[in-house]
Design a protein around this ligand. Structure first.
Ligand code: SF4
Ligand code: SF4
Length: 327
């Protein structure tokens, strides 16, 4: 990895913890040339190329469909296993057993150990399996490919955007550092009270349990979160509060599966940033920001594929580090 990409990588980790992305201070020579070439391109040529691209533009939902199917199947497997009493995927998202393998959610395990104030060996085994799995699968891909709240929040976002378009509501942004603060607060609360306080209010756990064991009053809390997101702040829980997202973001730092940006074909129109849950990771698509001609997207990316589906020029793709482009 070049020095500029290493610097960018370190900055993206800070961005995940809440820092706002900044203009790059160092850009690779070949990227400087690419930026210059784009500035020199005749405006009429660029407009003609854009018009041509638009004429061929077909809105893809390939990755969204694959993701929704995976999310629904993985959550319904719990329900089916419980309902028919088969030992396929037992338990709930926070702690489960998949054909005999123990799987413990990383954040839940951390909260339980903080609450009990010692390292629980059985938890470590289940956590290890999950850690390896999510390192391979991309860290925050847990959010977009498995978490049931993500799907509901995605639908709530559509409603929010409709209301914004009709000028009935405005989107309120909140300081992203709040998520890191919440992470610390929930850890301290677990250690101080001896209870896993976060688990009681986590919409991920509430929805997972409701799908398996039936609805309960806790669903009202999930509904309140969704109402807040529809009328006040888009995707607020995932963006500004949920410690699970941050924990899996940290796991994603060393994941080989990621989204890659290619500068050459990009028109810098920013459609990808509009559909992204975490647009701060896509600052690279802003004109003049790419530090190299190919730049990996940072660890806070949920690998949802919405930007891949949206980009009309194929400038954003899935890749496994060291291997060629994924389909
Ligand atoms: S941030 Fe939390 S609630 Fe949102 S998708 Fe990720 S795990 Fe689910
Ligand atoms: S960068 Fe792309 S894949 Fe990552 S979260 Fe944003 S839209 Fe999804």
């Amino acid at each position: 990895m070049s020095d500029v990409l290493k610097r960018r990588f370190r900055e993206q980790i800070m961005v995940m913890f809440g820092r706002e992305p900044k203009k790059p201070v160092q850009i690779a020579e070949r990227a400087v040339r690419a930026h210059q070439l784009k500035r020199m391109t005749n405006k009429a040529d660029l407009q003609a190329t854009k018009a041509h691209m638009r004429a061929h533009e077909v809105k893809s939902t390939k990755w969204r469909n694959r993701r929704w199917a995976t999310l629904l199947i993985s959550n319904l497997l719990f329900t089916v296993s419980f309902y028919f009493d088969i030992q396929l995927l037992e338990g709930a998202l926070t702690a489960s057993r998949f054909i005999g393998f123990h799987l413990i959610d990383l954040n839940s395990a951390l909260q339980v150990m903080l609450a009990h104030k010692h390292i629980i060996t059985n938890l470590l085994i289940g956590t290890g399996t999950v850690l390896v799995l999510w390192i391979l699968l991309g860290g925050r891909s847990f959010c977009s490919w498995v978490c049931p709240y993500h799907l509901l929040a995605e639908w709530a976002e559509k409603l929010h955007l409709y209301l914004v378009k009709k000028k009935l509501v405005t989107d309120q942004t909140i300081d992203r550092r709040l998520r890191s603060v919440f992470w610390i607060i929930f850890a301290v609360l677990a250690a101080a009270t001896g209870y896993t306080v976060f688990e009681a209010i986590s919409p991920t756990g509430i929805l997972s349990r409701a799908l398996i064991y039936g609805p309960g009053l806790a669903l009202l809390w999930v509904l309140a979160l969704l109402v807040f997101e529809v009328f006040f702040s888009k995707r607020a829980w995932c963006r500004y509060a949920c410690p699970i997202g941050l924990t899996y973001g940290v796991v994603g730092i060393i994941s080989p599966l990621r989204i890659k940006y290619k500068l050459d074909g990009c028109f810098h129109e920013g459609d990808c940033r509009k559909v992204c849950l975490v647009p701060h990771v896509l600052d690279v698509v802003i004109k003049g920001r790419a530090v190299d001609i190919e730049v990996p997207i940072g660890p806070d990316c949920t690998r949802c594929g919405l930007c891949v589906d949206t980009c009309p020029t194929g400038s954003l793709t899935f890749e496994v580090k060291g291997l060629s482009k994924l389909l």
